[in-house]
Design a protein around this ligand. Structure first.
Ligand code: FES
Length: 176
């Protein structure tokens, strides 16, 4: 059982720093080979902030959004905290073998958006922002569309996503 204080300190590490700290464990867990990243160099992908998330073939062919929790091993000076959730994303597959990935953080004020299958939209319960499946705002609550994240598919079919968070409440997409 982890001490509460230690846990809080660990998850407070910025994602970019944590990714750098956990390079080796991620490589071991993902099972990626030197040839399986888009550039043939998974270490470089991880160092640049890309994380292996899911296999492309596991995403529905019809483009239905799939929710995925982004997890990393967080390490401080003394301990490793494996598989810590740092965020949640939605992935959509397209016939031309591309993926579109959105953050689930509402650009309005930072609540979590839900995918509503019956409405074919993303919806934020806090102040009723609604977004189409392409991320565009369907009303004027949010100052910008859903935040799209960079994604790549490697030759082995693994989807890599650059997980980032952005300032809320402004029209511009600014990394925090
Ligand atoms: S935080 Fe989502 S609508 Fe306000």
């Amino acid at each position: 059982m982890l001490a509460c204080g230690s846990f809080l300190a660990a998850v407070a590490i910025p994602v970019s720093a944590a990714v750098g700290l956990t390079l080796d464990p991620l490589l071991r867990k993902s099972g990626t080979s030197a040839d399986s990243s888009p550039g043939g160099n998974p270490a470089a992908e991880l160092a640049s902030g890309f994380l292996p998330i899911i296999r492309f073939d596991e995403l529905p062919e019809d483009g239905t959004p799939v929710k995925s929790v982004v997890r990393i091993d967080v390490r401080d000076a003394w301990q490793v905290f494996p598989d810590q959730p740092v965020g949640t994303i939605y992935l959509r597959r397209f016939p031309d073998r591309t993926v579109v990935v959105f953050s689930d953080i509402c650009p309005h004020l930072g609540c979590k958006v839900d995918y509503e299958a019956d409405q074919s939209r993303f919806f934020c319960p806090c102040h009723s922002s609604a977004f189409a499946l392409d991320g565009q705002a369907m009303n004027k609550v949010s100052p910008r569309p859903l935040d799209q994240l960079e994604a790549r598919i490697d030759p082995a079919g693994m989807v890599w996503v650059k997980y980032q968070e952005f300032r809320t409440g402004i029209p511009e997409k600014v990394v925090v």
